[in-house]
Design a protein around this ligand. Structure first.
Ligand code: URA
Length: 222
């Protein structure tokens, strides 16, 4: 159980990161008394999505895959979009690539329930095709609000689409990985997608190098 002092310093930390996040969004004045807990904020975002039909991906999906994990996670993983297993279960990264992601999280001395996992698009693209630009631009605002609600210390983007969408770049993940970038003041480590690792196991070494940097950052970031 947390001591009163821990509670207060965690509250102060929440307020500080909230102010930093608002500052990064260009907000200069904060209104008092409107803050919600991360979990309530996430719930509100999910409710606003409803049975989303804002883009054509709604036509063939089974479930919207909103995201899963600790609403106050220090570490947020962002993938591309749900595959078949995720579409059927309504949870991100539960198929073969997901099992590999779970192993990576465990190797970092954490559990899936410690982190938060989400995707750039929340509905499965038919036949697992690459999400199209209009689908990404329709869905991305919801992810951005999830990031604001969670306010993680570190983001790990998995694969090309996640890095390129969040960093607004055309550079590929091979060029981007290995160094922290920044998303709205939050350190972001681009790395290879677990599905790519299943096809190219030797690349696991580079992902592990990236994850060691992430673990170090999590320890040092206040
Ligand atoms: N690949 C992704 O990018 N996301 C998932 O949720 C599953 C596989």
């Amino acid at each position: 159980m947390k001591s009163m002092q821990d509670e207060i310093s965690s509250l102060i930390q929440d307020v500080k990161s909230n102010i930093n996040m608002e500052g990064a969004r260009g907000v200069r004045y904060l209104s008092v008394g409107r803050s919600r807990t991360s979990s309530k904020a996430l719930q509100a975002i999910r409710e606003e999505m409803g049975e989303c039909s804002r883009c054509k991906l709604c036509e063939e999906r089974t479930h919207i895959v909103f995201g899963v994990g600790n609403p106050k996670a220090e570490l947020l993983f962002i993938g591309e979009g749900p595959g078949r297993d995720e579409d059927l279960q309504g949870e991100p990264f539960v198929g073969r690539a997901g099992q590999l992601l779970t192993k990576i999280i465990q190797a970092m001395q954490m559990q899936r329930s410690d982190v938060y996992i989400a995707n750039i698009v929340k509905c499965r693209p038919p036949n697992n095709r690459y999400p199209e630009p209009d689908e990404v631009s329709t869905c991305l605002p919801f992810l951005i609000r999830q990031i604001e609600a969670i306010r993680p210390k570190v983001i790990v983007s998995l694969g090309n689409l996640a890095a390129q969408s969040l960093l607004q770049t055309n550079q590929g993940v091979s060029a981007l990985r290995g160094h922290f970038r920044e998303y709205c003041g939050i350190p972001l480590m681009p790395t290879f997608h677990p599905a790519y690792l299943l096809r190219n196991p030797p690349k696991k070494r580079e992902v592990w190098e990236d994850m060691k940097k992430v673990m170090k950052k999590l320890k040092t970031e206040s």
